[in-house]
Ligand binder design. Structure first.
Ligand SMILES: NC(=O)c1ccc[n+]([C@@H]2O[C@H](COP(=O)([O-])OP(=O)(O)OC[C@H]3O[C@@H](n4cnc5c(N)ncnc54)[C@H](O)[C@@H]3O)[C@@H](O)[C@H]2O)c1
Length: 241
């Protein structure tokens, strides 16, 4: 099946950083967007999208929020999940089990909840694009970020599994694995840690949220029709695979 001429998208984790940039890019491309984030989110002005609340750790709430957002759109084609937290950057021996579970539960459990809710709407229509923001931390493992790295490695494994499972359905499931992108997430790191992160990038700079949004726009487009279960690189040359 081909996508409808008027495309619609839901962006989760959309009030900040990459999510907000992705909303702006999709809206600029003529796509109707519902932007979702935590109820407490401060929405930037002029986003051009309908906004609503979602907590990706609340599985039933995720299903409800995606259903409500889909009902609001003329047509749902694209679901992008940007919800995620870094958590404390601390030695493993100073990281308790509860912290590990909380970060993995939000970043990976949330990604699964959003994927399931999205598939329920997209598979019956025979077309769709599901895109997650994983991380290069999930490929390489960042020291002192065991929970974050594990959660993003989990997102990568999940996308490969579900992408293959639904490969014949017309719905593609992919991820992007960015290196450090200049958003509030890394602005919360110490200056020293940010320099370490930057030094790992051969281009010698952080990526921008707009660069990630451009890649999302491509993956979400009908042109990206033969790629699923894949992890796109956006790492300024850092990734070796
Ligand atoms: N910035 C980076 O360097 C970088 C690199 C690789 C991957 N990522 C990933 O990209 C994604 C976007 O991050 P960002 O850099 O734009 O950070 P950000 O902090 O600006 O945005 C994250 C968004 O997720 C939302 N969120 C957090 N918990 C949520 C929950 N329970 N339910 C719904 N929404 C929730 C936040 O409110 C926020 O709007 C994250 O998954 C992050 O792990 C970031």
């Amino acid at each position: 099946m081909t996508p409808s001429t008027s495309r619609g998208a839901i962006v989760v984790g959309a009030s900040s950083g990459m999510g907000a940039a992705i909303v702006r890019r999709l809206v600029a491309d003529g796509i109707e967007v519902v932007a979702l984030d935590l109820a407490a989110a401060q929405w930037p002005a002029g986003l051009g999208a309908t906004t609503g609340s979602i907590d990706v750790t609340d599985t039933e709430g995720v299903a409800r929020a995606i259903t409500d957002a889909a009902a609001h759109l003329a047509h749902l084609d694209i679901v992008v999940n940007c919800a995620g937290i870094l958590g404390p950057v601390t030695p493993t021996l100073e990281t308790d089990q509860e912290t590990f579970s909380r970060i993995v539960g939000l970043n990976l459990g949330g990604a699964f909840a959003v994927t399931r809710a999205a598939l329920a709407h997209l598979v019956p229509q025979g077309f769709g694009r599901i895109i997650h923001i994983a991380s290069i931390a999930g490929k390489e493992g960042n020291p002192q970020m065991a929970a974050y790295s594990a959660s993003k490695a989990g997102v990568i494994g999940m996308v490969k599994a579900i992408g293959r499972e639904y490969a014949a359905s017309g719905v593609t499931v992919n991820a992007i694995a960015p290196a450090s992108i200049d958003t509030p997430l890394i602005q919360g790191m110490t200056a020293e840690r940010r320099e370490v992160q930057k030094s790992l990038i051969p281009m010698g700079r952080f990526g921008t949220a707009e660069e990630i949004a451009g890649l999302v726009a491509y993956i979400a487009s009908p042109d990206s029709s033969f790629t699923t279960g894949f992890v796109f690189d956006a790492s300024g040359g850092r990734a070796t695979y």
